[in-house]
Ligand binder design. Structure first.
Ligand code: GTP
Ligand code: IMP
Ligand code: MG
Length: 335
C-alpha cells in the first residue's frame, strides 16, 4: 500500500468516510492523516448499528492501532476537535500539526452573517471561508498558540515521512470534492481551497514523489449541497421516486441529486491523478445489491453500470460500496 491519498471526485459527500474506514481496517496503516479545508466536512462512518458524523478527526479512527493526524493545511475549530476527541475516545493517538490555522467564534459569525458566503454560495456556516481569508492575510492564530491544544501538537510531515522511510503504510484522507475546488470547481460556488490530491499532499507535508496511489471516490448518483451549477441534476420529485434522497451530515440540508456524469468523472480523475476509483451507492442503482461483498453476485444492471462508468473514466474501479455500513463493500484490490 505505501502512501495512499483518498479524495472526493464530485461535489463532496461521495462517501469518503465509509471508504476510508474500510481501507483503514483492511490495510491497517500506521498513520491516517487528514487534509482538506476543515470542519465544513462531514464524514459518515457506520459500524454495525453505530453511526458517527465526524468533522475533524480522520474517519479511519475505527482502526484502533492507527495514529490520527491533522495536517497543517487544515483549519482546526478547537471546540469541534476537542468534542470529537472525547466522544470518539481517541485521546493519546490523535495529534494536530502545530501550524494548523484556527477557526475562532468571530469567523463563524462572519460566515453566517455574510450574504455572499452564506446566502449566495450556500456555505456551511462553519467559519472556514473567513478563517482562510485571515490565514492568507497572515493574522490568523495557529494551533501552537492555543492553550487547550498543547497536548495534541506534533509535526505531521516529519511523522509521515519517517513512517514512509520505515516502509509503513500511510493513508491521507481528503475532504470535500473536485467540483467545489477553489481552483478547478464551479467558481465562485466553491469552497475556500483546492480539493485535489496534490492539495491533500501539501496539506499534510509530503512531496508528490512519495505518493503511491490516489483513490478517487465517486458516487453512482452524484450530490451537491449549496448553490452552483450541477449539469446532471434531477428534480427532488425524481429523486424521491427513485428513493435516493440524502441530507447533509453537518447542516442537515437536503442534498441536490443528479445522474452519473462520465465527462466530469474523467476530468476529475485526470486532475487528481487517479490510480484507482471507489464507487459508492451501488444499492441505489439496484436495492437488491445491498450488502453484497462478491462482484459475481451483483445484478446485471449494476455490473453494466460499473463497466460503463469504468469505461468513461479509464481507471480501474477497485472498491465498490453496496451500502453505508463499513462491511458492505466489494474490495477488488487483490491485496
Ligand atoms: P465530505 O468529506 O463532507 O465530502 O463527506 P463524505 O464523502 O465522507 O460523505 P458523507 O458521509 O457526508 O455522505 C455520504 C453518505 O452516503 C452518508 O450518509 C453515508 O452513510 C452514505 N453512504 C456511503 N456509502 C454508501 C453506499 O454504498 N450506499 C448507500 N446507500 N449510502 C452510502
Ligand atoms: P464552505 O466551505 O463552508 O465555505 O462552503 C462553500 C461551498 O462548499 C458550499 O456550497 C458548501 O455546501 C460546500 N461544501 C463545503 N464543504 C463541503 C463538504 O464537506 N461536502 C459537501 N459540500 C461542501
Ligand atoms: Mg460529507
Amino acid at each position: 500500500m505505501g502512501c495512499t491519498i483518498m479524495v472526493g471526485g464530485l461535489f463532496g459527500d461521495e462517501g469518503k468516510g465509509k471508504i476510508v474506514a474500510h481501507v483503514a481496517c483492511f490495510d491497517k496503516p500506521s498513520i491516517i492523516a487528514r487534509g482538506g479545508v476543515g470542519p465544513n466536512a462531514g464524514h459518515t462512518v457506520i459500524v454495525g448499528d453505530k453511526r458517527y458524523g465526524i468533522r475533524m478527526i480522520p474517519s479511519g479512527f475505527v482502526h484502533k492501532d492507527t495514529r490520527l493526524l491533522i495536517g497543517a493545511g487544515v483549519l482546526v475549530d478547537p471546540n469541534v476537535f476537542l468534542g470529537e476527541v472525547s466522544s470518539l475516545d481517541v485521546k493519546g493517538r490523535v495529534f494536530v500539526d502545530k501550524r494548523c490555522s484556527i477557526i475562532e467564534e468571530k469567523h463563524i459569525v462572519q460566515d453566517k452573517g455574510s450574504s455572499h458566503l452564506f446566502k449566495k454560495i450556500g456555505s456551511t456556516g462553519t467559519g472556514c471561508g473567513p478563517a482562510n481569508e485571515e490565514r492568507v492575510r497572515r493574522t490568523a492564530k495557529q494551533a501552537k498558540d492555543i492553550e487547550d491544544l498543547q497536548a495534541f501538537l506534533t509535526d505531521v510531515p516529519l511523522e509521515i515521512n519517517e513512517a514512509l522511510d520505515k516502509g509503513e503504510n500511510v493513508m491521507i484522507e481528503g475532504t470535500q470534492g473536485f467540483g467545489i475546488s477553489l481552483y478547478y470547481g464551479t467558481y465562485p460556488f466553491v469552497t475556500s481551497k483546492d480539493t485535489s490530491a496534490s492539495q491533500m499532499a501539501a496539506d499534510v507535508g509530503i512531496g508528490p514523489s512519495r505518493v503511491d496511489d490516489v483513490i478517487v471516490v465517486f458516487k453512482s448518483f452524484p450530490t451537491r449541497v449549496g448553490s452552483g451549477p450541477f449539469e446532471t441534476e434531477m428534480t427532488p420529485e425524481e429523486a424521491n421516486g427513485l428513493g435516493i434522497e440524502e441530507f447533509g451530515t453537518v447542516t442537515g440540508r437536503p442534498r441536490r441529486i443528479g445522474m452519473w456524469d462520465g465527462k466530469m468523472a474523467k476530468y476529475s480523475a485526470m486532475i487528481n491523478g487517479a490510480t484507482q476509483i471507489a464507487l459508492t451507492g451501488l444499492d441505489k442503482i439496484d436495492p437488491a445489491c445491498k450488502g453484497i461483498t462478491d462482484y459475481d453476485k451483483l445484478s446485471t444492471k449494476v455490473k453494466e453500470f460499473v463497466e460503463s462508468a469504468q469505461k468513461d473514466v479509464g481507471v480501474p474501479f477497485t472498491l465498490l460500496s453496496t451500502g453505508p455500513e463499513i462491511s458492505e463493500i466489494i474490495d477488488l484490490r487483490g491485496n
